[in-house]
Design a protein. Structure first.
Length: 170
């Protein structure tokens, strides 16, 4: 569980915390490894910025090794934004911890529905299995972003209240 400042008290080796302005460059580098870095040079960019106030990082010994953020669309709807973990830290549960941190924060803000778009089959199944998302449709990609051989996003939605109830019962 994360504290109100977004830090994770259960693991001192890698901590999940709110992003600081100084973390943006490192976060962009991680996202760029997966061709998921926001693009600022396109009018029709899939993502054009990282909003620090809506972002988290995974930090190990002062190095940023993962990142995740979200976008608020209105009082009850938000969308997850690019999440990635450096290759050396994949498989250690950091993606789960980053996702849980942003879901907890969105829930505390009164968000009821979280939308996620992804083009990675394994990631789609991960969101469904671990968080309770449901497939609700597809959207065409605007340009080459993430997987270049997939031309549409799978749209997933999560009932955040239902997720919070499941988490509280554990």
């Amino acid at each position: 569980m994360t504290d109100t400042d977004g830090t994770d008290e259960t693991d001192t080796a890698v901590r999940i915390r709110k992003m600081h302005e100084a973390d943006v460059s490192a976060a962009m580098d991680i996202l760029d490894e997966y061709d998921m870095a926001p693009k600022t040079d396109r009018d029709d960019a899939e993502r054009s910025e990282i909003r620090v106030e809506n972002s988290f990082v995974a930090e190990h010994d002062g190095d940023i090794v993962g990142t995740a953020s979200y976008i608020v669309h209105d009082d009850t709807l938000a969308e997850t934004a690019s999440m990635a973990v450096t290759p050396d830290y994949r498989g250690e549960g950091l993606g789960y911890r980053l996702q849980a941190a942003r879901l907890e924060e969105m829930y505390s803000r009164g968000i009821e529905t979280v939308r996620t778009e992804t083009d990675r089959p394994g990631t789609i199944e991960w969101y469904i299995e671990h968080f309770g998302y449901e497939r609700v449709g597809t959207n065409p990609k605007k340009h080459d972003f993430s997987l270049s051989d997939v031309d549409e996003w799978t749209v997933l939605e999560l009932d955040l209240e239902a997720w919070a109830e499941r988490v509280d019962r554990r």
